[in-house]
Structure formats: C-alpha cells, structure tokens
Design a binder for this molecule. Structure first.
Ligand code: SF4
Length: 216
C-alpha cells in the first residue's frame, strides 16, 4: 500500500508555490457550483491559461444561470474562444443552462448521477463539481491523475474510469478531494506527459516509473 501520508506531504510541499489549476483558481475567486461546473466544461482539452481567461469572460457576461440563458450560443462561443471545441462547448453550456432552469429550479445538482445527465458532463466534470462546488468527496481523475498513478505503480488501469474505481479502493477518503489539485499541478510541472523530470522528482521512492521511457 502506498505511504499516502508521505506522498501528500512531499507533493504539497513541492507544489505550494505553483500556480493552481485553472478551475481551482476559479473556485478560489468564488466556489459557486455554477462557476465550477461551467469552467470545468470549458477546461476539457484546453490549456489552463485559456480556460481561466475564457471562464472569467463568460462569468463576467453571465454571472448566473438566469443571465446565461439570455445569451445566444454564438455569443457564448465568442466568449469562450479559443477553448478547444468552443462551438460544441457553447452548445452544451446553453443546453445545460436550459435543463438546469427547467428541471432543477435553477440549481446545480449535488448528486453525481444527476450531473452526469447534463450535456457535456462526464465523470471528471461531475466529480470536480462535487469536490470544489460542494465539498463532497469524489475522486476526479483527469489525464494527470491517471498517468501519474499508473507510472508510480499505485494502480494498474487502462482508463480514467478504472483509475477512479481503483483509487477508491486504496486511497483514504480524506485525500480524495486534494488528489486532483496536487497531481494536476505536479503533472504540469514535473511528471509531465513526455519526458518526465524524474531527476528533480520528490516522490521517486514512491514511484516504480512504470512505462516511463525517455526521462530528464
Ligand atoms: S519518478 Fe518520474 S515518473 Fe515517477 S512520479 Fe516522479 S517524475 Fe513521475
């Protein structure tokens, strides 16, 4: 079993001066579930700095659902450009707004199964909304969490859904919410997708480097 106390101690100390992931920054400004949900949709396959600017433009124009529903899809696309798939995301955002107002009395549901019914919302978005918007325990697995957990040898899985289930078996619940922020930050700066910086890694003794080829 991984030594989670030591792993989190080392990772938190290393990343304490790093810039937070974009959705965490949005949540630091204001952690309303509305903002966490839509900034996470914008963040999919999009660089952090683009997500941050796009989300702030959207929330300045539409600080709540009632305003968002009055903005047409073309304008939403303009506001979130150049986020990846901004046309598709603007369609999802507009549809989500209508469903939330019509079926949920304008509230973001705090239940994963309900969140997963919304257009453009997968497990990553649902779990991050639960984490940052509601403080509800769930493991949000993105590409960094999936990659680092497997490289380290904590788990052996083929996709993020399997990773979520595997981590639920071995990770104490008190680490479920912080896991995403810690590993996203570490994955952007040290355990990068290509050529990870193993030479300056602080958790080498907790990592078997599974599948790691070229490294620095
Ligand atoms: S030792 Fe290398 S592969 Fe393992 S966590 Fe550190 S940077 Fe990633």
């Amino acid at each position: 079993m991984p030594d989670w106390v030591d792993i989190f101690r080392l990772l938190k100390r290393y990343i304490k001066d790093n810039v937070l992931p974009s959705v965490s920054q949005i949540a630091e400004d204001n952690a309303e579930p509305y903002r966490v949900l839509f900034s996470t949709i914008i963040s999919l396959r999009t660089r952090d700095e683009v997500t941050l600017a796009a989300s702030r433009r959207l929330f300045k124009a539409a600080p709540d659902l009632n305003t968002l529903i009055t903005i047409d899809e073309t304008r939403i696309a303009e506001l979130i450009y150049p986020a990846a798939f901004y046309h598709n995301k603007s369609t999802s955002i507009k549809k989500c707004a209508a469903i939330l107002l019509n079926d949920y009395e304008g509230r973001i549901p705090s239940d994963r199964d309900e969140l997963l019914k919304l257009p453009g919302v997968g497990r990553k978005t649902a779990n991050l909304t639960l984490n940052l918007g509601f403080g509800i325990n769930a493991i949000c697995v993105d590409t960094h969490v999936h990659r680092i957990s497997n490289r380290a040898g904590w788990i052996t899985t083929r996709n993020p859904d399997e990773t979520e289930l595997a981590l639920e078996q071995i990770l104490p619940p008190k680490y479920w919410i912080p896991l995403n922020e810690v590993l996203v930050s570490y994955g952007q700066s040290v355990c990068t997708p290509q050529s990870p910086w193993c030479s300056k890694c602080v958790i080498t003794e907790h990592c078997i480097r599974a599948g790691v080829g070229r490294k620095r």
